[in-house]
Write a protein that binds this ligand. Structure first.
Ligand SMILES: Cc1cc2nc3c(=O)[nH]c(=O)nc-3n(C[C@H](O)[C@H](O)[C@H](O)COP(=O)(O)OP(=O)(O)OC[C@H]3O[C@@H](n4cnc5c(N)ncnc54)[C@H](O)[C@@H]3O)c2cc1C
Length: 380
């Protein structure tokens, strides 16, 4: 076994033996025990893509996507929480060595959670409309604004906050700052949703004239918008991998049920009409997994096709999971509603997956623009 394959097998065991027994409760409002995040840290999950000499595992993007899928097969929220802290550690390592030296010990050990905050009450898809603003003064920056619908924000100690710098008002004015969410002037809240968001820690925060040192600007205006667009391709690909993980887990659960549950004197699996739904889900999963694997490979090798493949993979994986998960629950009968099987949690999670890192319509628009870039402007 390679180091990466060995690590993936360990993560799969961790997910099945430590996360799965607790995850049913997270769908009903219980919060994950912080010890589970420390156990994730012991497996190196907050530093998968960081080099070994920076305290990471030195693995590639493809491995991160596989780990995300293995965690999401049990709980999408836990997977998203882990990967968002991981991504902050990676960003600091790449862009801000002094801040990395200060904050990596807390992030990599699972003691400090982190988030990446673009979305605001008035700006989601239209990122350039964000209103959070940072103004430069003699001692650094002062930042004010509001963020909402941010993974980990309800308990995160650190956030990469995207804000407009100075007086600029377009996408080119957006910079990214590392903000200590426990600093004076920062207030965190939990975001309310119609289904539990506990393991994802979805929340928001208000920044009221929070003072930042000059080095808090980790991506200056003019570079941050570009950085978002490139990083978001990776996020789309691993969200697609997570949808494949959830769907694969659901198929396995339902297939197992079908071997043991009898109807009209035979196991459900022996009824052709019953197993065709399962076979259709398995077939569609194979197709969406193949597309996801292409997107993940393109990102891992920095292939320019990553942009279109990541958008296509996310749309396809989300829609495949949205289509099949309710049908799989139905195939289990009333038993499918029990929290222990995870189907109700996966059905809720895939609605979040549809929105995080780009909703369906803007992704399809991206596919259209990349496919037919020279479409002339209409005259009417
Ligand atoms: C659980 C969860 C976790 C999240 N985590 C984070 C996070 O960690 N960090 C972060 O910054 N954000 C996060 N988000 C926010 C997410 O990125 C936004 O929800 C997403 O960008 C869509 O923005 P919106 O919800 O404001 O919808 P809107 O932008 O208001 O769009 C509403 C609908 O209109 C459609 N639409 C928008 N513009 C167009 C158009 N031009 N043409 C056609 N249709 C259009 C969209 O597809 C969408 O279906 C999270 C969201 C959720 C639900």
């Amino acid at each position: 076994m390679t180091r990466q394959a060995d690590h993936l097998a360990t993560v799969q065991r961790f997910a099945q033996t430590q996360l799965a027994p607790a995850a049913a409760g997270w769908g009903q409002g219980a919060s994950p025990d912080p010890a589970l995040f420390r156990a994730a840290a012991d497996l190196g999950l907050f530093g998968m893509e960081l080099p070994v000499d920076a305290g990471g595992l030195g693995f590639d993007f493809a491995h991160k996507a596989a780990v995300c899928a293995a965690l999401a097969a049990v709980d999408f929220g836990f997977a998203m929480s882990v990967v968002n802290t991981h991504n902050t550690a990676l960003r600091l390592h790449r862009s801000a060595p002094a801040l990395a030296a200060r904050h990596l010990p807390g992030l990599l050990s699972g003691q400090v959670a982190a988030c990446t905050a673009l979305t605001e009450p008035g700006a989601g898809t239209d990122v350039a409309a964000l209103k959070t603003r940072a103004t430069q003064g003699p001692d650094g920056w002062v930042i004010s604004g509001q963020k909402d619908w941010i993974i980990n924000a309800r308990h995160a100690g650190l956030s990469i906050v995207f804000a407009k710098c100075g007086t600029g008002d377009d996408g080119a004015a957006i910079g990214a700052f590392l903000v200590d969410l426990t600093a004076p002037g920062a207030t965190r809240h939990a975001t309310e949703a119609g289904f539990a968001q506990e393991s994802m820690g979805t929340g928001g925060f208000t920044l009221d004239a929070v003072a930042l040192p000059p080095e808090a600007l980790i991506l200056p205006a003019g570079t941050a918008f570009r950085a978002i667009l490139s990083e978001i391709n990776g996020a789309r690909a691993y969200v697609a991998a997570m949808c494949c993980g959830m769907l694969g887990a659901a198929i396995a659960t339902v297939a197992e049920h079908g071997q043991h549950r009898h109807s009209f004197g035979r196991p459900l699996m022996d009824h052709q009409a019953w197993r065709l739904a399962l076979a259709q889900a398995q077939t569609d999963l194979a197709a969406t997994q193949a597309l996801t694997d292409r997107a993940v490979a393109a990102i891992t090798t920095a292939d320019p096709a990553a942009q279109i493949l990541a958008a296509q993979a996310k749309v396809h994986a989300v829609q495949t999971a949205q289509h099949h998960l309710p049908a799989l629950l139905h195939a289990m009968g009333a038993e499918g509603l029990r929290p222990a099987h995870g189907l109700t949690r996966h059905i809720a999670a895939v609605q979040s997956a549809a929105l995080t890192d780009g909703a369906i319509a803007p992704l399809l628009e991206r596919v259209a623009r990349l496919s037919w870039p020279a479409t002339p402007a209409r005259k009417d």
